[in-house]
Design a protein around this ligand. Structure first.
Ligand code: ME8
Length: 529
């Protein structure tokens, strides 16, 4: 059976333009998706936008427009920006699309049929920026302000439909505790488990006072709580099993339910829901409980990454440290898109909080040039000069050669392990460390001296061979991270990618006599003002 891999990002609120935070999640998901495509599995990468809820209404009021117009405008900006950044999502869902609305209606109907929804009344605190109900204890602990935005909490009192969360709390606890749903990083798992312990409240899932949302199928006076609507995107985009709608939103009959089943069966359950840490609770509790109510399989991994600050402070438009599209474009223009990707992934162990530092972009670029660019340059130039651009066969191997051979032999499993554990910073640093090891090896073996000594030609062959193997393996391992630069480097080496998995590329050796192409500088020196 073909291996399948399904990864999602959160669907972002189109109440503003994408910024560093959105770009980070989407780039990380893109790196993982590219890795899995290169690993040979069928991969599906979903992103999109989350149109409904009070936050969109309030933002539209502030910007003197309608939620619809606001969402349309920013949605297009998200779509265009992902293209500009070379993001390889396979699908893009908006919660306003018929395929989503129809399937969500079906989801609520099934939850109603399961007896999991009842009418009641809610009185309590609400964080409008987060679209989150806050318990009395939590509200008090944070002086009745949002933990995320610092804005005052709203007080809500209304008649509402509830979803029986309490019915599922023990099962969700067990699914997480047993790693049936893997919550990463591990510290987050403990956080969720302790919050779930003793949870005794059902979830208000409808608003009668709000008009902007999906209408409750059993009561047109109410619209559905935005998180029930939003979380559903992960399956509505694939096509809900048993529903008559297909994934393109065509009417029943154009593509029947069985085919929709096939789509979902192929990719559901999701392998990874990649999210920011502030929305883990929704994904770790509400979403599994909904899936249990629907009798659908649970996602395999929830990865909650850290939050970006900028130059040591929370990002804010008024603080002048906001990393917006223009700032990100400027980075791409100066240093290249791949450098931005490298910087983002390298900035902290995956899962930890991160801080944007302008000076570190130049450092990241210099590192790529000094380590990867330099290795490629030296390898290409030496083999061209000493062996007519043909990779020589491995000659005599001594201890120092054997050490490098071992380092390179360990690389495929290490890279696979890093991606399996979603250790993205490690996945980036592994090829960089390998490149450093080859550079050090060149410094120690001094091939330019060996070249001058006719008695040392077998040693020179070994050094040149290992440089070529090392360089190719490093570039191959960098393909998901630096797609343009790594492909350009491999093209210089005349390495054909077609049909080879990333494991093949990192694991195999170039044959003796392999003809290299023409060298070119991968990371040109940048004139700074
Ligand atoms: O929460 N650092 O949408 P959203 C790191 N629509 N990541 C950040 C970040 C920062 N400073 N700021 C934002 C929503 N993000 C809901 C999601 S999913 C079913 C519904 C990223 O537009 C991070 O991934 O507020 C975070 O989870 C997401 O953007 C929140 O995007």
């Amino acid at each position: 059976m073909t291996r399948r891999f399904y990864i999602t990002t959160p669907i972002y609120y189109p109440n503003g333009e994408p910024h560093l935070g959105h770009v980070y999640t989407t780039v990380c998901a893109d790196v993982i998706a590219r890795y899995h495509r290169l690993a040979g599995g069928r991969t599906w990468f979903l992103t999109g936008t989350d149109w409904h809820g009070i936050k969109m209404v309030k933002s539209a009021e502030e910007q003197k427009t309608t939620p619809q117009a606001l969402a349309e405008k920013n949605d297009q900006t998200f779509i265009d920006f992902w293209k500009e950044l070379g993001i390889t999502n396979d699908d893009y869902i908006r919660t306003s699309e018929p395929r989503h609305v129809k399937s969500v209606t079906e989801i609520v109907n099934r939850m109603l049929a399961s007896g999991d929804i009842y009418l009641g009344s809610y009185e309590g605190w609400y964080d409008e920026g987060q679209e989150e109900f806050i318990t009395e204890t939590e509200a008090k602990a944070n002086e009745f302000k949002s933990v995320v935005s610092g804005k005052p909490l709203g007080r809500y009192k209304e008649s509402t439909y509830f979803f029986k969360l309490t019915k599922y709390v023990d099962r969700v606890f067990q699914a997480i505790e047993s790693d049936q749903i893997r919550v990463l990083p591990p510290s987050r798992k403990n956080e969720i488990l302790s919050k779930l312990k003793g949870w005794n409240q059902d979830l208000s899932i409808s608003r009668a006072s709000l008009k902007w949302g999906i209408v409750m199928p059993n009561d047109p006076e109410h619209v559905l709580y935005v998180w029930i609507d939003a979380l559903s995107n992960y399956i509505t985009a694939l096509g809900l099993p048993g529903s008559t709608d297909d994934k393109d939103g065509n009417e029943a009959g154009e593509k029947d339910g069985k085919e929709a089943d096939k789509d979902l069966a192929a990719f559901w359950p999701a392998d990874v829901h990649l999210i920011g840490k502030e929305i883990l609770w929704f994904h770790a509790f509400y979403w599994p409980a909904m899936l249990m109510s629907l009798d659908l399989p649970l996602p395999k991994t929830l990865f909650a990454h850290g939050w970006w600050t900028s130059e040591g402070k929370k990002m804010g438009k008024s603080l002048g440290n906001f990393i917006d599209m223009d700032r990100l474009r400027a980075v791409n223009l100066t240093y290249s898109l791949d450098t931005l990707r490298y910087y983002l992934l390298r900035a902290a162990p995956f899962g930890s909080d991160l801080d944007w530092k302008e000076t570190e972009l130049a450092t990241a670029y210099a590192e790529l040039g000094n380590v990867v660019g330099n290795l490629l340059n030296r390898t290409m130039n030496m083999i061209t000069k000493y062996r007519d651009a043909k990779v020589p066969a491995l000659g005599i191997t001594e201890d120092r050669d054997a050490v490098l051979i071992k380092t390179l032999a360990d690389l495929p499993a290490a890279v696979a392990g890093a991606f399996a554990g979603l250790e993205l910073q490690r996945a980036v640093l592994l090829p960089i460390e390998a490149a450093r090891a080859v550079n050090t090896y060149i410094d120690q073996t001094q091939p330019f001296k060996l070249a001058k000594d006719p008695a040392q030609q077998k040693q020179l062959d070994t050094v040149l061979n290992l440089c070529a193997q090392g360089c190719k393996k490093v570039l191959a391992a960098l393909l998901p991270i630096l797609p343009a630069k790594a492909a350009a480097g491999l093209a210089q080496m005349n390495v054909v990618l077609d049909g080879q998995t990333i494991a093949d590329l990192i694991g195999s050796d170039l044959p003796a006599g392999h003809q290299l192409g023409t060298a070119a500088v991968l990371f040109p020196r940048i004139e700074t003002k």
